[in-house]
Design a protein around this ligand. Structure first.
Ligand code: C5P
Length: 214
């Protein structure tokens, strides 16, 4: 029997950090599904192929090893932008979603974060969280991350990119970003990671209380 925690929300809402904290705390596997779209985008970019090359995107998805995704390479801002462009292709999504579902089934369970985990990948997840924060707060967090790594960037450009990415992710026809009907919404605009973690633990503990063997 496995237990799944689904975390969805827009870029920069704090999903990744929260997912890691929850996976550590509850001893569950962890999958950042954004990395799977980033890996496909990166494969296309590296070969100089257009981001709407469906056949090559699908090939890259089939050969993707979820255990070997290089976060350092894939976390580049430009790769995230490219990922949201490849992510509109339904046939590609089907291949990646199958892999994500296989991962989620591994006992004792997993925390998955992304855009469509509660709605499409794991609609039966025991816990569904939808993290949001204002675009300004999310852009500020991204800028701080870039600066912490020794880089520089302009706040207005990051804000612009975040708004464009929200628009693309929320308006695509296949698996748009939206909260599942049974997701709990957490707005992290004025909440630090510790507060978000504690709020999430209360939700997970309540769900666990109704389950045996976890
Ligand atoms: O979360 P991250 O910024 O790494 O995601 C990159 C892009 O991949 C997103 O903007 C989105 O378009 C796409 N994605 C998706 N479904 C997921 C995870 C990510 O469409 N489950």
């Amino acid at each position: 029997m496995s237990f799944t925690i689904a975390i969805d929300g827009p870029a920069g809402a704090g999903k990744g950090t929260l997912a890691r904290r929850l996976a550590d705390h509850y001893h569950l596997h962890l999958l950042d599904t954004g990395l799977t779209y980033r890996a496909v985008a990166h494969a296309l970019l590296s070969c100089g192929l257009p981001l709407d090359d469906e056949a090559h995107a699908i090939e890259a998805a089939h050969s993707l090893d979820l255990g070997k995704m290089d976060r350092a390479v894939l976390s580049a801002h430009a790769v995230g932008e490219a990922a949201s462009q490849v992510a509109v292709m339904p046939a590609l999504r089907r291949v990646l979603v199958d892999k994500q579902r296989d991962f989620a089934r591994r006992p004792p369970g997993a925390v998955l974060d992304g855009r469509d985990i509660g709605t499409v990948v794991c609609p039966d997840a025991e816990v569904k969280l939808y993290l949001t924060a204002s675009a300004e707060v999310r852009a500020g967090r991204r800028l701080a991350e870039i600066e912490a790594r020794g880089g520089t960037a302009e706040f207005s450009r990051i804000l612009d990119d975040i708004r464009k990415r929200d628009e693309r992710d929320m308006s695509r026809a296949d698996s748009p970003l939206r909260p599942a009907a049974d997701a709990v919404l957490l707005d992290t605009s004025e909440m630090d990671i510790e507060a978000a973690f504690l709020a999430a633990c209360a939700i997970v503990d309540a769900a666990r209380a109704g389950r045996d063997g976890f």
